[in-house]
Design a protein around this ligand. Structure first.
Ligand SMILES: Cc1cc2nc3c(=O)[nH]c(=O)nc-3n(C[C@H](O)[C@H](O)[C@H](O)COP(=O)(O)OP(=O)(O)OC[C@H]3O[C@@H](n4cnc5c(N)ncnc54)[C@H](O)[C@@H]3O)c2cc1C
Length: 592
């Protein structure tokens, strides 16, 4: 089994050449992120990922988390790894110094998080959920709630969860039924939540559940949902965990993948909870922080794709099978065969495109937060809002495709668990479902992010791509020329679809094409990044790492010919094919 190696060269290239780390580090409050500090962080994180997390990924999957009598035991090695993770300050990386964090930009925590997700996705979910809960508390929690909970959670000694889903309320949270009755300064929370990631475990001293519930007189629907903090143990004044609260884990799910991550059924029986923000505005808080959570899941797609690629590449160099097509002779490693190369290039090029899009979006998040000029903050936020469903939807769907190609490269051994290739495919499969399915992301993209504002942000982005076209036109490199043509046709395809969406009067036809449109946006946004990467590589060729830079240009060209080339067909599906999805009546589905 190959060991995970963080793709540090590509990470640095994207950070410096595409996402503009230097400029981000000049934003107020981010001065710590000097190139030297960032380099040191990446090196250390890479060691932790390959030395500590990667070795317990496969064993964690095989062993899984276990539930006995309400307690959950995580697999061997997880407890020790989590302790080391917290002692190393990794949990605190993205948070402000006043809460015990390191105050680094999202652009820096993003590659670090990619490493955790690549080396051990199940493990990475615990800090991911804690981060989400911290952000919700910082955003809307009272000073007292922040003081009691946030420092412990930033340190990682207490972890967090997000309790949204109930059996009858998944994509549609207006159907949430959990109740919260006021009792003086607190509430009593009763109800059942399902699918709660790290809802119960043995890694930390306390678990801080953020729970969506309704107060008795709340209005129906999404406008009647409030958010509560419900700790497993009530905190004592000195900060130690005190009395056990009435929040218990009734069982954990048996799943297709992420076996080491416990997915809990949580039962609340008049558990003590504290309101976060105002009554009936819980979903609003969740929506504000959803960008961060959706981005984080999109990054899981990038991370799994990277890991699947590394393993497939290692296997392809070792597995001897078939003769060289031209030279004949003895059987050769399968990496010599053009079709295996094609698969590896598809894996590599899409992974790099996704990484570049994700990091560029992370940089825009930093600008949206810290840019001194309000208009610039707004512009960057609009770009982030547009790209979040794309990063979430496209990177996760593509992550699954890449993990599946990884199995294919392995042949029969890919289907056998020992190689580990199958685990990536199983683990990746959840990423298009949780934090909003791809269908829900695509509806968000088409409805809220494009139709509602007449396509303004999408059109501004397309205009910037046309400026890039002028730069590409100046290159004499044949690969860049070929990529330019593919990108131009992709940009036109997106423009046609944006016009179609903005002008459409048929909501059903538009929404039936929403997922193909999301895919088109992803492919073209990835092409945009690969074209920028090719130009940056071309500029450095004379003085830089030639092998890496030439590979970058060739990989970008491949992406154009094999991935971007799909854009016009997707445009036709969006514009002409939508109505077809509704062509059969429900009875006709049963007619055969
Ligand atoms: C392993 C795992 C971990 C999870 N972790 C958490 C967690 O920590 N906290 C938490 O609260 N939840 C968690 N979830 C729940 C997860 O977020 C939901 O499963 C997800 O949002 C989808 O909801 P659902 O399962 O009810 O599917 P449904 O909403 O029933 O969707 C079924 C299908 O219908 C489609 N669909 C639904 N509504 C529409 C619509 N209006 N238009 C078009 N298509 C639609 C969906 O796209 C999907 O294809 C987790 C789930 C799993 C499996």
């Amino acid at each position: 089994m190959s060991t995970y190696q963080a793709p540090l060269k590509d990470m640095r290239f994207v950070l410096n050449e595409l996402a503009g780390l230097r400029d981000v580090a000049e934003l107020p409050g981010y001065q710590e992120a000097s190139p030297e500090t960032v380099d040191a962080i990446l090196e250390e994180a890479a060691k932790f990922a390959s030395g500590i997390l990667d070795p317990i990924n496969y064993s964690g999957d095989q062993e899984g988390s276990k539930w006995v009598g309400g307690a959950v035991t995580t697999p061997k090695g997880f407890g020790a790894a989590y302790r080391q993770f917290c002692e190393g300050g990794w949990n605190a990386l993205p948070f402000e110094a006043e809460w015990g964090g390191q105050g680094l930009p999202r652009l820096v925590s993003t590659p670090v998080q990619e490493m955790w997700k690549s080396s051990n996705m199940s493990f990475s979910l615990c800090p991911l959920l804690t981060q989400g809960a911290i952000e919700a508390l910082l955003l809307r929690g009272s000073e007292d709630l922040k003081r009691r909970y946030v420092p412990k959670m930033v340190a990682g000694s207490w972890t967090g969860t997000m309790n949204l889903t109930e059996p009858q309320a998944g994509s549609d949270l207006s159907l949430v039924r959990t109740r919260a009755e006021r009792q003086g300064d607190h509430y009593l929370v009763s109800g059942q939540k399902i699918f709660i990631t790290y809802g119960e475990h043995d890694l930390a001293d306390n678990i801080v559940h953020l729970v969506l519930a309704r107060t008795p007189d709340a209005p129906e629907g999404v406008k009647g949902i409030s958010l509560f903090v419900v700790p497993k143990f009530m905190p004592n004044e000195d900060g130690t965990p005190g009395k056990r609260n009435a929040a218990r884990c009734a069982s954990i799910e048996h799943k297709l993948g992420i076996h080491a991550s416990p997915t809990a059924v949580m039962v609340y029986e008049r558990a003590v909870g504290y309101l976060v923000g105002e009554e009936n505005r819980g979903l609003e808080t969740m929506f504000i922080m959803m960008n961060a959570a959706r981005f984080a899941v999109g990054l899981e797609g990038v991370a799994i794709a990277e890991r699947a690629f590394q393993r497939a590449l290692a296997f392809a160099r070792e597995r001897i099978q078939g003769r060289d097509l031209v030279q004949g002779g003895k059987a050769v490693p399968i990496i010599r065969h053009p079709d295996v190369r094609r698969m590896l290039m598809l894996m590599k090029s899409q992974t790099e495109a996704m990484r570049a899009l994700a990091y560029t979006t992370a940089a825009a998040m930093d600008y949206a937060r810290k840019h001194p000029d309000a208009a610039a903050r707004e512009r960057h936020q609009a770009f982030v809002d547009l790209m979040i469903p794309v990063v979430k939807g496209w990177c996760t769907e593509t992550g699954i495709d890449v993990a599946s190609l990884g199995v294919q490269v392995h042949g029969g051994m890919g289907f056998i668990e020992e190689t580990g290739a199958a685990q990536y495919l199983r683990d990746a499969r959840i990423t298009t479902i949780y934090e909003g399915t791809t269908g829900i992301q695509a509806m968000d993209l088409v409805g809220r992010k494009i139709a509602r504002e007449g396509g303004a942000t999408a059109k501004a982005w397309l205009a910037s791509l046309r400026t890039l076209d002028a730069e590409l036109a100046r290159s004499g490199n044949p690969d860049i020329k070929a990529l330019r043509a593919q990108l131009a046709s992709g940009v036109q395809a997106v423009a046609d679809c944006v016009n179609f969406i903005v002008e459409s009067k048929d909501a059903r036809a538009t929404f039936a094409g929403a997922v193909p449109f999301l895919k088109l946006m992803g492919i073209v946004a990835g092409g945009w990044q690969m074209a920028r990467a090719a130009l940056a590589a071309e500029k450095q060729l004379a003085s830089g790492d030639r092998a890496f830079l030439e590979a970058k240009i060739a990989t970008a060209r491949f992406y154009g010919d094999h991935v971007l080339v799909q854009a016009p067909a997707l445009r036709d599906t969006v514009v002409k094919g939508g109505a077809g999805a509704m062509a059969l009546s429900e009875d006709q589905f049963l007619a055969a």
